[in-house]
Design a protein around this ligand. Structure first.
Ligand code: PLP
Length: 351
């Protein structure tokens, strides 16, 4: 039953593949690839600023948004060392690992605040308490929507807290999946930055999801211009290379592709939700290109069985070690196969 190459539904990539315009842009750029990428980077910054309604000096490109996350951690560590004020990073648990990872690599202590039991929401009062209990600077790393749950935190839970936080509290709002959000209670941190409410916020976004450019490594940060100027000094020079810059720009200009990308992911989401309903397996309301859903049982056993049936699904996300798994929404054709295997697992009594 095992495929020669498995269906990869484990890393929240976009298996639709890159837009044809992006591929062509890369080919067309090869003739000037012996030069540094200043022109295409400037064009991309201009476009990113334009679509987000901010000025160019409020945008910092990254070698993937992962680099933008790292620059914020490094910037605050530098500030901490210079001022003698200790720094901690506070993260919900589980969440995307890189905030914690970059902090740990740099020797910054990390406090993990479990999601609420049953509903798997961010526990905002507990997050706030983790900072209140600490004498020093706190960097919160908050994904909205969160990964692996795929759910959002509503603006009325976030906005008043984040925009009125004391000066020594900083926030990374990781909005990697914001293009998929339909819930009207979501509001991007970019709005608060534009309203001048948020000096201590950095919003990070990526081209790895809707734009299907995970391998090209393009992301960006948006913040106040003072914050961006400081962050830039912690980024590596020309971090978004020529191919990444032209591919990202071409994708943003390819409206038909962006519409197709969103539509096929939405179709895949409906297919997976339908089979989960049919099998009576609970799932969280996904606002992303993945679904966190019940599997009734040990997660590692489920992952192994899926792999044996030719499908790679999400890893174990401690502390949720039992009962739930994350599946990435691949193409509708890929999800047909996933649906078939999940039904088979039910026949076998495995889910
Ligand atoms: C919340 C979140 N942020 C960032 C990333 C990585 O983004 P990039 O590829 O831009 O480094 C991911 C990838 O899965 C993610 O889930």
């Amino acid at each position: 039953m095992q495929n020669a190459s498995p269906i990869e539904l484990n890393a929240n990539e976009n298996s639709l593949g890159m837009s044809e315009a992006a591929k062509q842009a890369i080919v067309d750029s090869l003739g000037v690839a012996f030069r540094y990428p200043d022109g295409p980077r400037a064009a991309l910054i201009n476009k990113v600023a334009q679509i987000n309604g901010v000025s160019e000096d409020q945008v910092s490109l990254g070698n993937g948004s992962s680099e933008n996350i790292r620059t914020v951690v490094q910037m605050l560590l530098d500030k901490s060392l210079a001022s003698g004020q200790p720094l901690q990073v506070v993260v919900p648990d589980p969440t995307f690992a890189y905030g914690e990872m970059y902090a740990t690599f740099s020797g910054v202590p990390v406090v993990k605040v479990p999601l609420t039991p049953e509903t798997y929401d961010l526990d905002v009062p507990a997050l706030q308490k983790a900072a209140a209990d600490f004498e020093g600077m706190t960097l919160f790393y908050l994904c909205n929507p969160n990964n692996p749950t795929g759910t959002i935190t509503a603006a009325d839970e976030f906005k008043a807290w984040i925009t009125h936080a004391p000066n020594h509290h900083y926030f990374i709002l990781d909005e990697a999946y914001s293009e998929y959000v339909t819930d009207p209670s979501f509001e991007s941190g970019i709005e608060w930055i534009k309203q001048g409410l948020a000096e201590n916020i950095v919003v990070v976004r990526t081209f790895s999801k809707l734009c299907a450019l995970a391998g090209m490594r393009v992301g960006y940060a948006i913040a106040s211009k003072e914050m961006i100027a400081t962050l830039e000094s912690f980024a590596s020079m020309d971090n978004t290379n020529l191919s990444g810059a032209v591919a990202a720009l071409a994708t943003l200009n390819d409206e038909a592709y962006l519409e197709l990308s969103l539509r096929t992911t939405n179709e895949s989401r409906q297919m997976v939700e339908a089979v989960l309903e049919e099998l009576g397996l609970r799932y969280l309301p996904s606002q992303t290109n993945f679904i966190f859903h019940e599997i009734q049982g040990d997660v590692q056993t489920y992952i192994d069985r899926m792999r044996e049936h030719g499908i790679l699904v999400g890893r174990v996300f401690p502390p949720v070690t039992s009962g739930f798994n994350r599946v990435t929404l691949g193409t509708p054709e890929e999800m047909e196969k996933f649906v078939e295997v999940l039904r088979l697992f039910r026949e076998k009594g495995w889910v």
